[in-house]
Design a protein around this ligand. Structure first.
Ligand SMILES: [Fe+2]
Ligand SMILES: [Fe+2]
Length: 347
């Protein structure tokens, strides 16, 4: 087992020269200097993440309270199960990110991880707000803890949960990279059958407040995916021994397992009973995402089909990429950090 050293906190003898900075195994002073970053993408990332600031309670859920009561049973069941799953994911993310940070020796990357952890906490808060507003108190608790009682849900949470736990138990570089890949899977695949379900509600003109909450969450998750992708790409350059053929195949197998779990879950939670969605659509879309996540890391695809976005799912990006206009980070600031009604138009 290769050992991994926790970064020191107070370290006056740490490297000042940015060229010596490394994602892992460096000698960091932990000093946050925004004008001297080794990883140039951090400036863009940081600005985008700050521009994404939003407040869950500023979205009105009045229509959702009425809609929820009238949702057809399959939609209501899916809504509860998917919400329960998302609650679990964001909670475990909030708890796990500081564990990763302890071993990252590029302080600018740790800044990003701190902001991400803050955003995951806001996501958890948004789910509480949705539950408290939309559901009766007894329904609320049933949704909140379904992830412990529903065997399908528990089983799939175990995959990511166990990977995170393994890193708790074995502090090795291999386990750290596994955890980073697990994060990449969580941010890039695990949320997506849930997002797809909410956007389908939006297409059906139902639960507009919930859909809006999810769009804001999705916008944040896109930046988290961007962060973990970049961490992995930097590691690939700096630590090629962690990306030998057998390692890459292990990461690809993990991504494939994540996709298979997501597909099974989508079939169980959504199935063929929700108007506008089907098992085939779920399978096609998640396989496409799996291939995309692999190619974004320079890995070979994991599925032969679905190299490009399936035609049947093009509508998803109308919701999830509504914010693409904000590629100019400076331009975005004045509109993104706005209040109430402007936030709604903003997406
Ligand atoms: Fe999140
Ligand atoms: Fe996230």
């Amino acid at each position: 087992m290769d050992s991994l050293k926790k970064r020191p906190l107070f370290n006056p003898k740490g490297d000042v020269d940015v060229q010596r900075r490394k994602i892992i195994g460096g000698n960091t002073t932990n000093l946050n200097d925004f004008n001297n970053m080794k990883y140039g993408w951090v400036s863009d990332w940081y600005r985008q993440a700050m521009n994404n600031f939003w407040i869950p309670e500023e979205i009105n859920l009045g229509v959702d309270i009425k809609d929820y009561k009238n949702l057809p049973l399959p939609e209501r069941r899916a809504y509860d199960k998917i919400l329960s799953f998302l609650i679990f994911l964001d909670s475990i993310q909030t708890a796990n990110l500081p564990n990763i940070s302890e071993y990252i020796t590029a302080n600018e990357v740790n800044l990003c991880l701190s902001i991400q952890a803050f955003q995951e906490a806001v996501h958890s808060q948004s789910y509480s707000y949705m539950l408290d507003t939309i559901c009766e108190p007894q329904e609320r608790n049933a949704v909140l803890y379904q992830w412990k009682e529903d065997e399908h849900l528990l089983k799939r949470n175990e995959f990511i949960g166990n990977l995170y736990n393994e890193f708790q138990e074995e502090k090795s570089t291999r386990m750290l990279v596994n955890t980073i890949v697990a994060n990449y899977i969580l941010e890039g695949i695990y949320f997506y059958s849930g997002f797809m379900f909410f956007y389908n509600l939006g297409r059906n003109r139902l639960m507009p407040g919930s859909v809006q909450e999810i769009r804001y969450i999705n916008r944040d998750e896109n930046t988290h995916l961007w962060l973990f992708r970049n961490i992995l790409l930097e590691l690939k350059k700096e630590e090629p021994e962690l990306f030998r053929e057998e390692d890459v195949n292990r990461y690809r197998r993990m991504i494939k397992e994540g996709c298979e779990q997501e597909i099974k879950w989508g079939h169980y939670a959504i199935g063929d009973n929700v108007q506008g969605l089907s098992k085939d659509m779920i399978t096609d879309y998640i396989q496409y995402l799996g291939n995309l996540r692999c190619s974004n890391l320079g890995f070979a695809p994991i599925y032969e089909e679905h190299i490009s976005e399936p035609d049947s799912m093009k509508w998803v990006s109308q919701y999830s990429n509504a914010n693409q206009i904000k590629t100019d980070f400076f331009e975005a600031r004045s509109t993104a950090y706005a209040k109430s009604s402007a936030l709604v138009d903003d997406l």
